[in-house]
Ligand binder design. Structure first.
Ligand code: SF4
Length: 421
């Protein structure tokens, strides 16, 4: 049998199989290339394979790697990987001009190699807190019901139970009800950005967002009632403001600051964390003064133009995002970036230079290499990516960061950093 990564396709009957005479292709930015076996890992457990409607797979004829071929009789297939894995190549396909946008997921290339599915990816975080094997839906349903009876008037408990844990399958919400690890506290239904791939709000002419925005502003008491028991009793306890089901928590900073102060009057245990777009440094300072322990600032790029094209910030600039990171580090918070990664953009030489400057100027301590969930064509068009870029490849980028900044931790999840864990 030939020993090369083979192209995986689907037929009209929905069957997925490999083609013996075609090498699998991957995509970075707008460029298509044969998948390199060196970067492949077996398809992780709990991954999902997707058909990509009205998109024909691209592959390379076994004996001719000069140009990709478009196999119009088949449908392209992509893989969605579980949390903890960073994708190195996006699925390669040719889209029909009238094809609908793909839902808001990440679309890894997938191939057949040495008798099993493989993907170009790496596990960047060993923490198991989002591993699907950790969750039993039946148990979570029982625990949600118990907590709702325990806190019948707490809208946050109800929201994180019915919507987040049971409807969206949010692992952090499920872990709250399982009384362990990181738990969410959603606060803000509004946002001051309009990210192209926002998962909680989309304009009607795009795609459906997988989450709906929080429809109320919780009281300080509701937040404290959720947070304190979790911080006091959960192993590796973290409570996190800023969740997928809300907008930007810094827009509710005074409320969060009041909650943090009240929580800390009741317990010094555990980590109080903020997931944010970092748009308001002065509000970040208020939370730092109140007792915040850890912050994660999300960005798709360390270059202002690429950031702005994707985030579409309203009434703030990229420089303020950088300032929030800097302030957090100056005040000794655990400081991470949620670096929304996309092959061909994240590993661009100019991006690497900008990331270096960002690390040097802020002292940030951790990069969470999370895959950007978005239709690949929608993304590259939105940021105006040229046809050819100077991408070094995701594996080499990770190596470069590791060599130049050995003190920067790699991961995918917020680690516990404060209190008696
Ligand atoms: S910052 Fe978050 S909530 Fe706001 S638009 Fe972007 S993804 Fe959506």
């Amino acid at each position: 049998m030939p020993d090369f990564p083979r192209l995986v396709v689907a037929n009209a009957a929905g069957e997925i199989f490999d083609l013996l005479d075609f090498r699998a292709a991957g995509r970075s930015g707008r460029e298509i290339y044969p998948l390199d076996p060196v970067v492949l890992i077996p398809l992780p457990e709990s991954s999902r394979l997707y058909f990509l409607p009205q998109r024909a797979p691209l592959g390379f004829a076994r004996k001719d790697r000069s140009a990709p071929r478009c196999l119009v009789d088949y449908t392209a297939v992509a893989a969605f990987l579980p949390p903890g894995y960073t994708v190195f190549s996006v699925a390669a396909y040719h889209r029909q001009s009238d094809a609908p946008l793909l839902p808001i997921y990440a679309y890894s290339a997938v191939c057949w190699y040495r008798g099993q599915f493989h993907v170009p990816a790496r596990r960047v975080d060993d923490d198991v807190k989002h591993d699907p094997v950790q969750f039993s839906l039946g148990k979570i349903k029982r625990l949600v019901e118990q907590r709702r009876q325990q806190f019948p008037n707490n809208r946050l408990v109800s929201h994180h139970g019915s919507n987040c844990a049971l409807r969206y399958g949010c692992p952090n919400a499920q872990n709250f009800f399982l009384n362990r690890w990181e738990a969410p506290i959603a606060v803000s239904g509004a946002c001051n950005a309009a990210c192209v791939g926002c998962i909680s709000e989309q304009p009607p002419d795009t795609v459906q967002s997988p989450h709906e925005r929080l429809g109320f502003v919780p009281t300080v008491e509701e937040m404290v009632e959720m947070a304190v028991p979790h911080l006091e009793s959960a192993p590796n306890a973290i409570i996190s403001f800023g969740q997928g089901c809300e907008g930007e928590p810094l827009l509710q900073a005074p409320l969060i600051a009041a909650a943090i102060k009240k929580i800390r009057r009741q317990t010094g245990r555990g980590t109080i964390h903020l997931n944010t777009n970092g748009s308001r440094p002065e509000m970040a300072s208020r939370l730092i003064d109140a007792g915040l322990n850890s912050i994660r600032v999300s960005l798709n790029s360390a270059r202002e133009a690429v950031y702005t094209a994707y985030y579409q910030p309203r009434a703030y600039r990229f420089s303020e995002v950088v300032e929030s990171i800097r302030r957090a580090r100056q005040h000794d918070l655990w400081t991470s970036i949620n670096y929304l990664s996309f092959p061909g953009v994240t590993d661009d030489e100019n991006e690497w230079a900008a990331l270096s400057r960002l690390i040097e100027s802020t002292g940030l301590q951790m990069i969470q290499w999370r895959n950007l969930n978005i239709d690949p064509d929608w993304y590259v068009d939105s940021i105006g990516l040229p046809a050819v870029t100077k991408a070094v490849g995701m594996p080499l980028l990770l190596q470069k960061v590791r060599e130049k900044f050995p003190q920067v931790r790699f991961g995918y999840f917020n680690p516990p950093v404060a209190g008696n864990q």
